[in-house]
Design a protein. Structure first.
Lengths: 512, 259, 193
């Protein structure tokens, strides 16, 4: 026996190791398990996700050797990695782009599984571990954004803290637990660092292991065919029968498509990282630098969009309840429909649901990117009044145009395609509103517009309304005022003004 | 002899390693973040970007914008640094905000001085004129000395001959004696409007020869007509002419009628 | 992760994977050894007590910050003369509750409105909607938020947009010509009305 061992040892060190570790015996089913012949290009997304996750671990560990997880140094250490360490910027770029790619791949993978009904018996737990992997990866993405420790990270934490703060009764404590103290500071960064490099990756690795074990255990589902119905009592036997007869080994048959797809993804990733470089860090995390425009990373842009479109009255409830409901629904998916048809053509309702969800997320992301609800903070001082709106205006109307800029109207209203989108564009406002209506709107606000009555004097009010009354297509007359081109065009605003706002009756208005 | 397969393999290895070594060799790819150059206050790019975010909204170039364009060599000829710094720091009239930080604005006094210097070097082709404000074409001398009280009675005559055809009753350009208008514009603003107009928009500049006024208007004539127009500005105990004319008043008090 | 169905599945290739050590597989042959059962109980008890004792500091360490042992303090914003009557000015201070590792994050900003001489309103920089930094616009006398477009009047009351309430206000007092505010904790819904 000894001689045999030695012979084997001499012949093949790998076998020697195998005898002591069982590595091959352990991984053989991973490699050679049979997968359906029909599993083709639809099945590559999970592998790509796993590849990106591996890249995350490798690059993440590398970054960990240089990153200073301390609120006083983190930002500088990132600048140092970017500028001084050879390829430091490239590692950051790979880590950042791979993170986005992983989220995208995961979403596509999940969508494919949903559309093919692959979550049905016996793969309910495959789906559920996948849901928790999704949550873990999103948490990694959010905590990763915090690692950048720039202004977006700081104010992103502020947004997170404000949401947590809205939890009834325990909001304050939960916020302190999240921030590690009463403010966003050193403890906050370290808390998120521990999450980002220890807790969440650990959870992700465990979940990936579980997910893979379940794949081996339950097999890869076949391409759905209309009429091939999942019946839990007979499914397993039928499946194993079919695998034996028509299945192909994962290695080297099925794996080739994964390899091609992953290779393309990897090249694309390297290109993106090399060409576009790392994300941030943005401005220094100094909360007194308030000329900032905080935006979350792309995976969270749709949430950013959603919270600004919620009706303020029910906002808190929706912000706190919707995520829980969403997770519960995701987890419940395989239990709500764990047998029956898998083919998309036989599940039109589910397909519609998937399309609606995807479209909603895309639309909300687009809303978040364009942020039409955000004022253009320097619109008033940076965007000139276009020529067509100052040409041929009277001196008073020109002053009205100045007041329009001065009173920051432009921050929320477009003229000639430039300006805020919070309020309606005013290019043709005179066709919609009479001077009286304009005065009321400017003075009293309403419809999500502040009241300017107290902040504009009667001369400013008269001038701005006179100016607004000229905003119409060129071939139309100034709104509702016949003969508006005459000198002293507006009579009604004067009377209206003196009557309607007693508080700011212009003192010298009638004296000449 | 090597087989074709070996050649192919060798070629692959060579290409592969060439790609990898090329990549190793350049840590200078497109994506590498460049070290952000520190902003130099007063540099042309700083001046331009500060102007673009803080001034352009009203003082645009050419026909755009509602206030007097600053890209106007004539203006820079008469506007001393001290004058522009004063206006920029503390605002002017009703609608020119104050930019000095101690007044609640966004710029330090150093930045304001640098901005004025930068704007002058960009648009002020000529040097400052003499200090005298008497005689000759309007638009010469120190602007702050030019806006002086004129003789309203003779101003009425100037208005009748020079301005009334467009700005008089029934004129197409709109009234300049509208009290609402006058409450929004300072005498300085009236002066600039008369002297520089908005030629791109068809309003004449009276420092230029005009059909019936081969010499344009003289400094005295401008002062007179401004005085006459300003007479129509309503006066009250709390605010009014004095206030609108005061250049050093903090902006927010000007902006409100009440109190 | 122990898997009861392992034995039943014939196709299962994972038998030799060594992950079966968790449950009661191997000791199945154990006789009715009273001492072993006793030892098991003792072991479980010791581990339980030790684990609980060790868990106290661990949980306490993590949950500690949630116990509100941090108190606001009066912070000096400087002479009241820096805040002219009728105006709203930007002010910064170093947070009195801070750690050595906070870096720039300990800096805090606020808006000080001097309503009239000796009467102030001090607003937190954080929008009441989701905490983004609001900016003051002197000309229109409005605070605007760059995130979701919350707008407030000069007295801090909500003017437009999604905020559920007006701006957070710090308590203030004037002592020997200086404006002090009661600051520290990140303003939140529990803070002053």
């Amino acid at each position: 026996m000894n001689r045999e061992v030695i012979l084997k040892l001499l012949k093949s060190p790998a076998q020697w190791i195998e005898e002591r570790t069982g590595v091959v015996a352990f991984s053989a089913p991973l490699l050679f398990h049979h997968v359906p012949r029909s599993a083709k290009w639809w099945y590559v997304f999970g592998s790509a996700t796993l590849m990106f996750f591996t890249i995350q671990i490798v690059t993440g560990i590398c970054l960990g050797t240089m990153y200073a997880p301390s609120a006083s140094n983190a930002w500088e250490s990132l600048r140092f990695i970017d500028e001084e360490i050879p390829f430091g910027w490239m590692l950051r770029a790979l880590h950042g782009w791979s993170s986005s790619a992983m989220v995208v791949m995961m979403a596509i993978h999940m969508l494919q599984v949903f559309m093919h009904g692959s979550f049905k018996f016996p793969r309910e737990l495959n789906w559920i571990t996948g849901v928790f992997l999704l949550l873990t990866v999103l948490a990694l993405a959010f905590t990763g954004q915090v690692m950048r420790w720039d202004q977006d990270a700081y104010w992103g934490l502020g947004i997170g803290a404000a949401i947590v703060d809205r939890v009834p009764v325990f909001g304050d404590q939960m916020r302190a637990l999240m921030l590690g103290g009463p403010i966003i500071g050193g403890e906050t960064l370290n808390r998120f660092f521990a999450l980002h490099v220890f807790i969440l990756p650990g959870a992700a690795i465990a979940l990936v292991g579980l997910h893979m074990t379940l794949i081996i255990k339950n097999g890869i589902s076949e391409m759905p065919k209309p009429g091939e119905i999942v019946v839990p009592s007979t499914y397993r036997e039928g499946f194993e029968e079919r695998m034996k007869k028509t299945g192909v080994p994962f290695f080297p048959d099925a794996v080739q498509r994964d390899m091609v797809f992953c290779g393309v993804c990897l090249l694309l990733l390297v290109f993106l990282a090399a060409y576009y470089g790392p994300f941030g860090p943005g401005g220094m995390p100094d909360p007194t630098l308030i000329n900032t425009n905080p935006r979350p990373d792309y995976p969270f842009m749709w949430i950013f969009g959603a919270v600004s479109l919620l009706p303020p009255a029910s906002e808190t409830a929706i912000m706190l309840v919707a995520p829980v409901v969403g997770i519960v629904i995701l987890v419940a998916v395989p239990f709500l429909a764990n047998s029956g048809e898998r083919a998309p053509s036989r599940r039109p309702g589910m397909m519609l649901l998937a399309v609606v969800v995807v479209m909603a997320i895309v639309a909300l992301t687009w809303e978040g990117v364009t942020s039409p609800w955000s004022p253009v903070m320097d619109g008033w001082s940076a965007l000139p009044t276009p020529t067509q709106f100052v040409k041929g205006r009277t001196p008073l109307q020109m002053q009205g145009a100045v007041v329009f800029q001065f009173a920051q109207c432009r921050n929320c209203h477009e003229l000639g395609g430039f300006g805020g989108k919070r309020g309606p564009a005013l290019d043709e406002v005179a066709t919609r509103m009479s001077p009286d209506q304009l005065i009321r709107q400017v003075q009293q606000g309403g419809g999500n517009m502040p009241a300017f009555g107290k902040n504009l004097n009667s001369a400013q009010m008269t001038a701005i309304v006179d100016f607004l009354s000229t905003l119409h297509p060129e071939n139309e007359a100034d709104s509702a005022i016949p003969g508006a081109q005459l000198p002293l065009p507006i009579k009604s605003p004067l009377t209206m003004n003196t009557v309607s706002s007693g508080a700011e009756t212009p003192a010298g208005i009638h004296s000449r | 002899m090597m087989s074709p397969q070996t050649y192919r393999l060798l070629a692959c290895v060579l290409v592969f390693s060439a790609i990898v070594f090329a990549f190793v060799g350049c840590d200078r790819l497109h994506g590498k973040p460049t070290e952000a150059a520190p902003t130099v206050i007063g540099s042309p790019s700083w001046t331009q970007s500060t102007f673009n975010t803080s001034c352009l909204g009203c003082h645009s170039k050419g026909a755009e914008g509602a206030a007097i364009p600053l890209m106007n060599a004539g203006y820079w000829k008469v506007a001393t640094d001290a004058h522009v710094i004063q206006v920029l720091s503390h605002g002017q009239g009703v609608s020119m905000p104050n930019y000095l930080d101690s007044d609640g604005g966004p710029l330090t006094s150093d930045e304001i001085a640098a901005l004025v210097k930068g704007m002058r070097s960009m648009w002020g082709a000529g040097s400052l004129g003499g200090q005298g404000a008497q005689g000759g074409h309007a638009g010469q001398g120190d602007i702050s000395a030019t806006v002086v009280a004129g003789d309203a009675a003779s101003g009425a005559k100037v208005f009748a001959t020079a301005c009334a055809s467009c700005h008089g009753t029934g004129g197409s350009a709109g009234s300049v004696t509208d009290p609402m208008y006058l409450r929004l514009i300072s005498d300085q603003g009236l002066w600039s409007a008369v002297v520089y107009g908005r030629t791109e928009l068809g309003s004449p500049a009276w420092n230029q020869p005009m059909p019936n006024h081969p010499t344009g208007l003289t400094t005295t004539e401008v002062a007179d007509v401004v005085s006459w127009i300003a007479q129509a500005r309503p006066v009250s105990k709390a605010q009014g002419q004095a206030k609108v004319q005061t250049k050093s008043q903090p902006k927010n008090q000007n902006a409100s009628d009440t109190k | 992760m122990s898997d009861n169905t392992k034995g039943e599945t014939k196709k299962e290739g994972c038998v030799g994977c060594g992950c079966g050590g968790g449950g009661g597989g191997r000791p199945a042959a154990v006789p009715q050894d009273a001492r072993r059962g006793f030892m098991f109980k003792i072991g479980a008890g010791l581990l339980g007590i030790g684990g609980a004792l060790a868990a106290v500091p661990i949980v306490g360490y993590i949950v500690g910050p949630a116990r509100s042992r941090y108190r606001n303090q009066w912070v000096d914003l400087g002479a009241t003369t820096a805040f002219p009557s009728g105006q709203t000015r930007f002010a910064t201070f170093l947070n009195p509750i801070r750690q050595p590792t906070d870096g720039d994050a300990a800096k805090t900003a606020c808006w000080v409105r001097c309503v009239e001489a000796g009467k102030f309103q001090v607003f937190a920089i954080n929008c009441a909607h989701l905490g983004c930094p609001v900016r003051w616009f002197e000309q229109s006398k409005l605070f605007m938020c760059p995130c979701h477009g919350g707008v407030y009047y000069q007295d801090g009351s909500r003017a437009a947009g999604p905020p559920p309430r007006g701006l957070f206000e710090y308590k203030w007092k004037v002592e020997s010509g200086k404006l002090l505010i009661d600051a520290g904790r990140l303003p939140g819904l529990e803070e002053s009305v």
